[in-house]
Write a protein that binds this ligand. Structure first.
Ligand SMILES: Cc1ncc(COP(=O)(O)O)c(C=O)c1O
Length: 389
């Protein structure tokens, strides 16, 4: 008999909500038009995209016209970084401020840009994963041309005081980009009350489809397109739109907006229950990150001394529990998480860490069973060495 799966990897991706599936199926079945076509079929597809744009914008508290649909947050991050600082850059001097604990979809384009002569300042994070304020204030003094920081870290869930920092950047006329991929749907966001100029997010982190997301462009220069073509998305993203994906994204955003308080409460109760259970069963377990009030309510990153996270992930998988040993993008490689290393953890500590991220489908019974399995398998893997000692 197939064991019941307990999915605790919602920061990697989330299952689709039924309402999302239905909305997408309707588009695939009933809306054959190209949204750029002038005829009725085209107009119907165009109208659905317009509605989805308003739903996404509503969830983020911003005007619909600032939404630029992309194929996800990786593309949105690349669009803003390369599109502003790449060849033919629209901002000067070419100087990007970011941090050492960013997602690879910011770190990698930043590295490419650096090879092309762009100055990159990488701010350090402290042992709790918060970007160091002293470095931030110093970087601002150099009047950089763009800041790009995570709102919430995908591995630790650590939430930065992004609104305050965007305000400080704005006071000096510095454009501010935030990767809010993990924050949207799990943390209150009201962009029009902030000084954030650009924001990236992705549908599949909030129970929408994979392969669709957006860049919000509220103010500041428009990035040059990565994909030049038919002039779609105000010229910032050429190519016929992924109509079904965009519609699913819109529905996912509307649901997330309406259910935000309820979701945050549900996630936090489960996450805290998991932490309490783990502390009971594994006294040596340590939390990677600050006080939970500054962490996404669904995320728990823990170090279980004397274990190997990747081995534990495999063993848990066999028992029906899906967790992550680091960012999903790193799986398949045993290199320690750059985020935990940036927080000052040794390679060994980072490799003994697990990321547990709860979501809509989880309940307390699942949490209790998962905690039992983690305790049992971690002890079997060697965690009792430290607990006994
Ligand atoms: C913080 C963050 N940024 C960007 C991405 C990339 O998003 P996508 O999968 O839509 O390209 C992810 C996904 O793991 C993420 O967690």
């Amino acid at each position: 008999m197939e064991t019941e799966r307990i999915y605790l990897d919602h920061n990697a991706t989330t299952p689709l909500r039924e309402e999302v599936v239905e909305s997408m199926a309707r588009v695939l079945r009933d809306l054959p038009g190209n949204p750029s076509s002038p005829h009725r079929e085209g107009a119907l597809a165009r109208r659905r995209i317009g509605e989805a744009r308003e739903q996404v914008a509503g969830c983020l508290g911003v005007a619909g016209r600032s939404v630029v649909f992309t194929a996800g947050a990786t593309e949105a991050n690349n669009l803003v970084l390369r599109g502003l600082l790449g060849q033919g850059a629209s901002v000067h001097p070419r100087h990007l401020v970011t941090s050492t604990a960013e997602h690879p979809s910011v770190l990698a384009p930043a590295e490419d840009l650096e090879k092309g002569g762009v100055r990159i300042s990488r701010l350090s994070v402290d042992d709790e994963g918060m970007v160091e304020r002293s470095g931030w204030l110093e970087a601002l003094e150099h009047a950089p041309s763009l800041v790009s920081l995570l709102w919430a870290n995908n591995e630790t869930g650590v939430v930065q005081p992004i609104e305050e920092w965007a305000e400080e950047a704005s006071a000096r006329g510095v454009p501010f980009h935030v990767d809010a991929t993990q924050a949207v749907g799990k943390w209150p966001i009201s962009l029009d009350q902030t000084s954030i100029d650009y924001l990236s997010c992705s549908a599949h982190k909030l129970n929408g489809p994979k392969g669709v997301g957006c860049l919000i462009h509220r103010a500041g220069p428009a990035p040059s397109p990565l994909l030049a073509g038919g002039g779609q998305e105000r010229g910032m993203r050429g190519g016929t739109e992924n109509v079904a994906g965009i519609v699913g994204f819109g529905v996912a955003c509307e649901l997330a907006q309406g259910e935000l308080a309820e979701r945050m409460d549900h996630y936090q109760r489960l996450r805290d229950r998991l932490w309490d259970a783990l502390k009971q069963t594994l006294p040596s377990v340590r939390r990677n990150g600050p006080d939970p009030s500054a962490v996404l309510p669904n995320t728990l990153n823990v170090e279980i001394p004397h274990t190997a996270g990747d081995v534990l992930v495999e063993a848990l998988d066999l028992e029906g529990v899906a967790v992550s040993a680091g960012a999903a993008c790193h799986s398949g490689s045993v290199s320690p998480s750059h985020v935990l290393v940036a927080m000052g953890r040794s390679a060994q500590q980072a490799q003994a860490s697990l990321r547990l991220s709860v979501g809509l489908g989880n309940d307390s019974g699942q949490i209790d069973r998962a905690a039992e399995w983690i305790g049992l398998l971690a002890r079997r893997a060697g965690a009792e060495n430290s607990d006994a000692g």
